[in-house]
Design a protein around this ligand. Structure first.
Ligand code: SAM
Length: 223
């Protein structure tokens, strides 16, 4: 039986990958990835020529049998998502579950994740935090926003470029006027960390709309 390696990849800067991750991506028989074009760029940078196959959220269930057959054949498989740590607001959970059930050895090759990268520079309390991932767009959103409002721990939310201003408005609407940190484009050319109340941050982002572009982690200080 082969081993399934869950491998973290960079969240922007391609240098943010571990030596072990590069070695494993060279060594395994197959790399399953979310998008072969994205992972191809990483492989090119590190001269990795391992066979790439796609396994994304929509195909995770269908591809499971293929992955398990390869593993049962005694071959090693790596799974990577487009960026950061697989399973963290990314596919892979079902794959890991089924592999464990099938008696496959599953190993982590840890590395970058936007949640820990943002926490490490936010300047907020980090001994305890709650990670919400992406908030649902409709059903359940208000309940989670209310939970964040009343929370003693730091709240960490992933947000897309179109919705960050909306989130800041929603935080104001429910009466959050504590410190919020927006970590944008971490490890990339336009990396930026903004700190302030939701109202202050909304003003900054609407005055300079360039600041609304890219990928965001929003952190809300606990009570
Ligand atoms: N698996 C990834 C991880 O370990 O962080 C997360 C993947 S999730 C599909 C993508 C979201 O993560 C983005 O919308 C953003 O909220 C956050 N993110 C990823 N890269 C980022 C970066 N370089 N700077 C800020 N946020 C980032």
């Amino acid at each position: 039986m082969g081993t399934l390696y869950i491998v973290a990849t960079p969240i922007g800067n391609l240098e943010d990958i571990t030596i072990r991750a590069i070695r494993m991506l060279h060594k395994v028989d197959v790399i399953f990835c979310e998008d072969t074009r994205v992972t191809q760029r990483l492989c090119k940078r590190y001269d990795i020529h391992t066979l790439l196959k796609s396994l994304h959220a929509r195909t995770e269930y269908k591809k499971m049998a293929e992955v398990l057959t390869i593993l049962k054949d005694g071959k090693d498989v790596a799974y990577v998502s487009d960026a950061g740590t697989p399973l963290i607001s990314d596919p892979g959970a079902q794959l890991v579950r089924e592999a464990i059930e099938a008696g496959v050895r599953v190993e982590t090759i840890p590395g970058a994740s936007a949640v820990t990268a943002a926490l490490s520079i936010a300047g907020l309390y980090t001994n305890e935090f709650t990670f919400f991932g992406f908030l649902p767009h409709k059903k359940g959103r208000q309940t989670l926003l209310k939970e964040i409002k009343d929370m003693k721990r730091t709240a960490v939310v992933y947000e897309s470029t179109h919705r960050v201003v909306k989130l800041l408005q929603e935080l104001q609407d429910i009466g959050v006027d504590r410190m919020v940190c927006i970590a944008r484009e971490l490890t990339k050319i336009h990396e930026e960390v903004l700190r302030g109340t939701p109202k202050e941050l909304q003003e900054i982002l609407t005055t300079d709309t360039q600041k609304q572009k890219g990928e965001f982690v929003v952190l809300v200080a606990g009570l």
